[in-house]
Every structure is written in C-alpha cells, then in structure tokens.
Design a protein around this ligand. Structure first.
Ligand code: BGC
Length: 328
C-alpha cells in the first residue's frame, strides 16, 4: 500500500513538473517573440531617428532661424530634432549639452564648435561610439566630424572688407567688435576682413573688442571704444547682434558721422539699413544651414555618402537691395 502511495505521489510530482516545464517553455517563446518583433521595429526604423541640435544661445534670433530650417527638414524626412542651447553663450554649458547628448545615445548630433580645442576630443569620442556629428555655423576642422555645414567664414570676412572699401571714401580709423574670442568663425571673419583692409592705405584698424554675442555688450564696447578712440569713423561687427549694439552707442554719443557695417539679417539690422543707421551687412543662410545639416545626417544614416564640407552662401545687403531680401 505504501509503495502504491509513493508511486502515485511520484506520478503527481512528474505531472506537476511537466506542467511547470511546459509553462516555462511557452513563456520563454512568447518573450523571445516580443523581443524579436521589437528588434525588427528598430532595424526597420519604425521609431523616428532622434537628432540633437546644439546651438550657441537659446533665444538668439540667428539660431532660431537655424532651428526653423532644422525643424522643417525634420518634418520632411520624418525624424525628430531636439533644439537645445545654453541660455547665455558659454563653452562649459555647451560642452555639458554635448556630453549629455552622447550619453543619451541619440542617432545624430548637430553642433556648433564654439572652441575647437575643447570640442575636438568630445566630438571624436562621439564618433568613436558611432554617434555621427555634423558641425554647423562653426567648424572643428581638426576633429573627426562627418561634415561641416555653414559659411566659408574667411571669404565672408573678405566680402565684409571689400564692402567697406567700396562704400567709403577718404581715410578712416576702424573699430571692430567680434562675437567671441574662442570661436573659429569669428577669427576667420576677422582674418578675412583684415586681409582686404590692410591692403588699402586708406584704413587703419585701431581696436578690436569682444561682445560675447550680446547686443548690450556690443553697445557698451562700442561706446567705450568711441570714447577712447574718438577718431574712429567706421565700426565693423562680425556677429549677428554687434552692429545693432553699435547703433545704440553711436546714438548715445551723437556720432552720426560713424558708418556701421555688420553681419546677418536679423530684423533689427534690416530695419536699421532701411533707416540708414547701418550701411551694409553680410548675410548668411542660417535657415539653409539647419535644413541641410538634418538632410545630410539622414542621408548618412541611410548609408549614402555626404560631403566633408557644405558651404552655404553669403551676400552683401545695403540700401540698394534691402527691399528685395526676404529670408525665412
Ligand atoms: C555667427 C554665430 C553667432 C551669432 C550670434 C552669427 O553671425 O555666425 O556663430 O552665434 O552670430 O548672434
């Protein structure tokens, strides 16, 4: 009898084991299926690609145009573009945003290289982790970034110099305000400008200061400069808000004899050209920069070749053609 009970217990245990085993196999199969279909979705790219665009300053009107171009391209190519930037320009803050983007394993990063020396190792780190980087507006030439989309800044600086030569007569002392000391685009524009101006004995550049891309700083620096060098009769700005800042300084000091030349076509600059407060500006194509950067990133991720450098154009705008120029 006891033997019979034992046999019965063993049979029951065996059936129980079989039931648990079958359940286990079935659940495992189901889980494998779920993972497989998730993998398939990712490899088929059903999740939209996610790019991060890191700007120099969040609410800067020039960068907002880049953002608009990037977002329009995102809609067209069905990807996501996240626009991030420090509230006020800061190399450290921008670097933190870049590190964060790398850590969050986004599909691609579009970034302005505000300081080539500092940015190059981080750009290279991203590339080594298979996160593609495209530089925008300011390049990091020595890095392993995929491509640069933006102005040929030396050539744009030369155009600024040529504009000053063509639109002035007689001898002049010049004061220059650049947006940033660290970024290559500002240095290249200054070099291009000087390469033209220094060929002409009519001109002497007496002072170069930095605005930190702030219109208030540009106006303060311009006012200090005009007090220190009252014989300055031409002022030149190489970033988007410098010339506007200069108009304020010139008004404060009642120096209507000073001619101002600037960069970019933010609304106030266009208005000031119409009013005759700014003589001319060299415009860039920020909307196109944003659009093309996203387009190239998508192409690259589809395995198509993209150019190492994509220069967007620049152009002189003055009273003669300001009415015709409408840029998004
Ligand atoms: C420059 C940008 C800069 C902006 C600032 C533009 O001219 O290309 O690098 O961030 O001015 O307002």
């Amino acid at each position: 009898m006891s033997n019979k009970r034992w046999t019965l217990t063993l049979i029951c245990l065996f059936i129980l084991f079989l039931y648990v085993f079958i359940q286990f196999i079935w659940t495992t199969r189901q889980m494998e299926g779920a993972v497989e279909s998730l993998d398939k979705r990712v490899s088929l790219n059903e999740e939209p690609l996610h790019f991060i665009l890191i700007a120099q300053e969040f609410d800067n009107p020039y960068w907002r145009k880049i953002e608009k171009g990037a977002k329009d391209a995102a809609k067209e190519f069905q990807v996501e573009v996240e626009y991030v930037a420090p509230l006020r320009t800061s190399v450290e803050e921008q670097m933190k945003l870049l590190e964060k983007a790398i850590a969050s394993k986004v599909d691609g990063i579009i970034v302005q290289s505000l300081d080539e020396e500092t940015f190059t190792p981080i750009i290279n780190k991203a590339m080594s982790k298979n996160i593609p980087i495209i530089t925008i507006d300011t390049d990091a030439k020595g890095s392993k970034r995929l491509s640069y989309v933006g102005t040929d800044n030396f050539a744009a600086g030369q155009l600024l110099g040529k504009t000053v030569v063509d639109m002035t007569s007689g001898e002049h002392k010049i004061g220059v305000i650049i947006g940033s000391e660290s970024s290559d685009n500002q240095q290249e524009r200054l070099d291009g400008f000087l390469s033209v101006i220094q060929q002409d004995p009519r001109f002497e550049v007496v002072n170069v200061e930095v605005s930190n891309i702030s219109r208030i700083q540009a106006s303060i620096q311009a006012e200090i400069m005009l007090r220190k060098f009252p014989d300055i009769s031409i002022m030149v700005g190489t970033s988007a808000l410098d010339a506007i800042g200069m108009t304020v300084a010139v008004k404060n000091l009642q120096r209507s004899d000073v001619q101002i030349f600037g960069f970019d076509d933010v609304e106030e600059t266009i208005t000031a050209i119409k009013k005759g407060e700014i003589s001319a500006t060299i415009i860039q194509r920020p909307y196109e920069m944003g659009y093309v950067a996203v387009q190239l990133m998508v192409k690259h991720l589809k395995g198509q070749p993209i150019p190492n450098v994509y220069f967007t154009s620049s152009k002189k705008i003055d009273a003669s053609n300001v009415q015709m120029e409408v840029t998004p």
